[in-house]
Ligand binder design. Sequence first.
Ligand code: SF4
Length: 246
Amino acid sequence: MRPSSQAVDQPILEVVERAYMRYAQRSGMWLEEFTRQGGVVHCKSGCMNCCNFPVQVSLAEALVTAAALSAVQMDGMRRRAARVMKNAKSASNWNEYFERHRSQVGYCPLLDLESGTCSAYTARPARCRDTFSMLSSKFCEAGAMQRLSRAERTDYNREVKANPVTDGVSHYVAPLEELGEPIWEAAGDAMRSTWNLEVWGDFWVLTTLTQDAAFMAAVRSGAATRATRRAKALGLWHLEIVRIEQ
Ligand code: SF4
């Protein structure tokens, strides 16, 4: 049973959870066929090299995660949201924000640092589900690209470009990211048809905002300006971090 404050959002949660299930089926079939043909995906349990990436979500997905978290986990999300905001407000550009997010804001609070596993695995967002590496996980580490020599960078670019399952630019598996797109579409449609607006942004900030009654009341009544004002009052507003689209 979910807490009653979330019962009103139940239809949206169910849309997202169904989309997660469809993704699990489709990505599972893709991976089975890929490995049957000799393909290798380098992600495995215990690797946490991508758990310090910025993660974008819909508010619909944030509700799913929030519903699965304990009070202690939610406190971790709140502290992390404050660090995300501090980084966003002081960064002079996206690259600086991105690099500092990885090196200073650090690992997601839902990561179990001892085992390297996600403590909210079944409620993790789409971005965490559809990120798979075609190359060694050392290329996913923070600062890995900057540490490459010119010759290593040339080899990396050549390998990524020649690999048929990357997008030709990075070493992540493009078809598995594409299979995740219906999750974003389903979440967007559910938010628009229910709230008459869409809310997108940072995973930790939006998950924190789901816990604020005034913010959620504004969202549920389609009041974008009121929701924005409330996020600002909470110190959880930045153009790059929370986007409310009406
Ligand atoms: S939600 Fe889980 S998989 Fe995603 S960044 Fe956090 S710990 Fe990693």
